[in-house]
Design a protein around this ligand. Structure first.
Ligand code: ADP
Length: 480
């Protein structure tokens, strides 16, 4: 079932329940109140009439000439009767018309008690109250005066025809008005529902047009800005990110293919040249040595590409172990002791830390940063690796040099795969532009990040931030 229909049905069912509940409750309350007032009036009339009859110990006396019976404003509607069994009607209200069938029936009803004295009984539209007045020790019938009786039945009756008609009109109103309201709400509500959900249909149609990440089509963002608009905006953001990542992947694949093709072409060329004529054993050995070195380089590049291409979640943390940073960095320093620029490199280990991490990945990141510092700074200029504790759970390892630096425009791209600065290409510095990408991936995999500050001509500073278990200040912080 369509969403519009489901929402409409729910809304209309809820509205119907509310309207029926409200109308029925109001009708019942009003009806109860009106009948209550009506019967109160009848009870008052019975009291007034009964009070006008003198009940003595030996007889009940009724002297109409001594009494003016006033039964309220509604007198015309109220009929009354005083009957003595078995002799018949003692007196009756002036509005009792014995020619009318209804009044004749009233006369019959009034000649005997219909229900318990004082209880309400009904006859057609008439609501009737009766009371029997009895002398406790009545005189013998022959001794009774003409206005004396042993007992009488007092009957008052009120025609509820007008009240019933009013209540019938009220019932019609209580059914009709909510029905009209419900139909109106159904028409308007459904139209509104359709309009409110139109963006969803448009979004679905537009989504079908987006066939791939090449497409620049986006979902329409509805006005006013509501939940659907924010859903469309969020979906568009997602498409933007996916498209960006798709383009990055595409560029990465074509760059990778290009980078791999160059050394392979060189390898094939060297093999072809070597095969043109027979060579001495020494020449073959030299050639094989060169081929081996180039194949090594190729293998390294393929490993780097694999590491970068793997999704971040898939990147396993090999050889995780807990290490004391200062001790470990001193062993790294030793590896660099035989490097031609060893004298330029100093380690300032002012802070120590304990961290559980992948030693090989961290080692690769530090080596890449130091290799870049060596590559992009002139011999004799200083290269410094230093440690800083940011907090008890975070440390920084900084590698800075006083080399060529990086321009602000290029700074944004240095962590992209295969990016090489224009000066690096111009100067013919060796490299393929994967070193910093790998450092950035390693930083992410180890739960940290890397940032770079640089000024062209003044050198660069790469800061690797990592989480750790604890940090402390080293007492001896002299360069090593
Ligand atoms: P590669 O060094 O192989 O070109 P990297 O990914 O290591 O690749 O570096 C990317 C680019 O960043 C380099 O081409 C270079 O322009 C710039 N770069 C990296 N490190 C430094 C540095 N220490 N000083 C100046 N430029 C640097």
């Amino acid at each position: 079932m369509r969403l519009v229909n489901r929402i409409s049905i729910f809304f209309l069912a809820a509205l119907a329940i509310c309207l029926i509940g409200y109308s029925a409750t109001m009708y019942v309350l009003i009806r109860h109140h009106l009948y209550h007032e009506f019967d109160d009036h009848l009870r008052n009339s019975l009291h007034v009439l009964s009070a006008a009859i003198e009940v003595e110990s030996d007889a009940v006396k009724w002297q109409p000439s001594e009494h003016t019976i006033h039964l309220g404003d509604d007198q015309d509607e109220v009929r009354w009767l005083i009957v003595e069994e078995p002799s018949g009607v003692v007196d009756a209200s002036g509005n009792l018309n014995l020619q009318s069938d209804a009044d004749h029936q009233l006369l019959k009803i009034g000649s005997r008690i219909q229900s318990h004295s004082g209880d309400l009984s009904r006859f057609g539209h008439w609501r009737i109250l009766q009371s029997r007045l009895v002398a406790p020790a009545p005189k013998p019938t022959l001794e009774l005066d003409s206005d004396e009786y042993p007992h009488v039945i007092v009957t008052v009756a009120h025609d509820s025809y007008r009240l019933d008609a009013d209540l019938w009109r009220l019932a019609l109103l209580a059914c009709g008005l909510p029905t009209i309201l419900w139909i109106f709400a159904a028409v308007v509500g459904r139209a509104y529902c359709r309009r409110a959900l139109r963006p969803v249909t448009e979004m679905a149609n537009q989504t079908r047009l987006i066939t791939g990440f090449q497409s620049d089509a986006r979902l329409p963002v509805s006005r006013p800005a509501d939940e659907l608009a924010s859903l469309a905006a969020a979906f568009n953001d997602l498409l933007d990110r996916l498209q960006k990542s798709y383009h990055q992947q595409q560029r990465f694949t074509s760059d990778a293919a290009h980078q791999l093709r160059t050394p392979l072409t060189v390898l094939l060329g060297q093999i072809d040249v070597a095969m043109r004529r027979p060579r001495s054993e020494a020449e073959y050995r030299d050639l094989l040595q060169t081929l081996r070195e180039q194949t090594d380089e190729l293998q390294k590049m393929v490993s780097s590409l694999l590491f970068i291409a793997r999704a971040e979640g898939d990147a396993q943390l090999p050889d995780r172990e807990t290490l004391v940073l200062t001790t470990w960095l001193q062993s790294v320093r030793k590896r660099w002791d035989h490097h031609p620029r060893s004298a330029d490199i100093s380690f300032i280990l002012s802070h120590d830390a304990t961290l559980t991490t992948s030693v090989s990945l961290l080692s690769q990141a530090i080596d890449n940063l130091l290799q870049n510092a060596v590559k992009y700074s002139p011999p004799g200029s200083p290269i410094t690796l230093s440690t800083h504790a940011i907090s008890a759970q975070q440390l920084e390892i900084t590698v800075s040099d006083a080399g060529v630096g990086i321009s602000p425009e290029e700074l944004e791209s240095i962590f992209d795969p295969f990016f090489r600065s224009s000066s690096a290409r111009r100067n013919g510095t060796t490299g393929v532009g994967l070193g910093l990408t790998i450092v950035s991936r390693i930083a992410g995999v180890l739960g940290g990040n890397i940032v770079c500050d640089s000024q062209p001509g003044n050198g660069s500073r790469f800061t690797l931030r990592l989480p750790c278990e604890s940090t402390s200040v080293n007492c001896v912080a002299a360069p090593s």
